[in-house]
Design a protein around this ligand. Structure first.
Ligand SMILES: O=C(O)CCC(=O)C(=O)O
Ligand SMILES: [Fe+2]
Length: 318
């Protein structure tokens, strides 16, 4: 007998949770109730309590301004094929920038907030939540700007190579977000719809799609499920976060305000998610930008748990 079993266990798996995955009593009071979790499962979206302070959002906004000016703490070694990466030369169109949690430490420090991961864990029914992607978004205050319109889509369409059906997105505006500034709008309950076989090409980003084409795909899918399309603009007070399931249709409209609409779309994966081989409707292999960015698993697949790109932000039972 060399090592007591308890000692052996505590060496490989600490008995106490790591401090970063512990919530304060005040934070615990901000978690969704069981009824709210059931509401998320039924409707496909959930508006949280106030998860971010004014100070955190001011810090986040300042960090994103530095990012727009060109500041990077690190850059991707390889530029992936479908990278959203607005730069000043693109002008006053809607700005989309992926991988901001990788490229900016200051942005990452706010986005990794364990409370966000804990809310996501309860909604997804998961023990672990990792970042999948983060997209920094800015809609300029230009009412007629066509690129400000986000046509109906659901996020799983872009994630065919992800094995999980429990992935979800936290939409984090930096300020009050309502109809006037083009808030995110959910199609209530569409997470439970069965999808029409429509020949969708999942790798074509919605920004390159015709809006009316996607409006009719939405209507056809509702009809196929014997449902009406119920559009719910989510009115998000500053500091609150709108979560949506990866099969919930959503979109958003013009920014009619006189200030930019600023947000981060924080895409999250449950611990079980991993790369799987998938094909597009035309039979060619599907892919995700990560596939040329992350390390490989022992069996040679892209590793969607690579801690550099996909850090764990929550582990345990909140
Ligand atoms: O910017 C928006 O209004 C929509 C963002 C979006 O598609 C998402 O968060 O998944
Ligand atoms: Fe989306």
């Amino acid at each position: 007998m060399t090592t007591a079993p308890e000692f052996a266990v505590s060496r490989s798996e600490p008995a106490l949770p790591r401090a970063e995955f512990v919530l304060t009593p005040a934070e615990r009071a901000l978690l969704p109730t069981p009824e709210e979790v059931a509401g998320y499962r039924g409707r496909g979206w959930y508006l949280s309590r106030r998860l971010f302070t004014d100070e955190e959002l001011d810090t986040l906004e300042a960090a994103t301004e530095r990012y727009y000016e060109g500041h990077r703490d690190r850059t991707l070694a390889v530029r992936p094929p479908n990278l959203a990466s607005w730069e000043p030369s693109h002008g006053p169109v809607q700005r989309h920038n992926d991988y901001v949690h990788y490229e900016s430490e200051a942005i990452a420090a706010i986005l990794r907030k364990p409370l966000v991961g804990a809310v996501a864990a309860l909604l997804a029914g998961a023990q672990e939540i990792r970042i999948f992607q983060s997209t920094l978004i800015l809609k300029p205050p230009v009412p007629e700007e066509p690129s400000n319109q986000v046509p109906w889509h659901f996020d799983k369409h872009y994630w065919h190579t992800s094995s999980s059906d429990d992935m979800l997105t936290a939409f984090i505006p930096f300020h009050d977000c309502g109809v006037a500034n083009g808030t995110i709008t959910m199609v209530d309950g569409s997470n439970r719809w069965r999808e029409l076989p429509s020949g969708e090409d999942a790798t074509r980003h919605f920004a390159r799609r015709d809006r009316s084409e996607l409006e009719s795909i939405l209507a056809a899918n509702a009809h196929h499920n014997g449902e009406q399309v119920r559009k719910v603009p989510v009115v998000i007070p500053r500091g609150h976060v709108s979560f949506h399931h990866c099969r919930t249709y959503h979109g958003s409209g013009a920014n009619l305000a006189d200030t930019p609409r600023r947000a981060v779309s924080l895409h999250l994966q449950d611990g079980a998610n991993q790369y799987r081989h998938a094909t597009r409707p035309d039979g060619t292999p599907a892919s995700y930008n990560h596939d040329v960015v992350v390390r490989r698993t022992a069996d040679g697949r892209p590793d969607y748990a690579d801690p550099r790109i996909c850090p764990v932000i929550w582990r345990g039972t909140p």
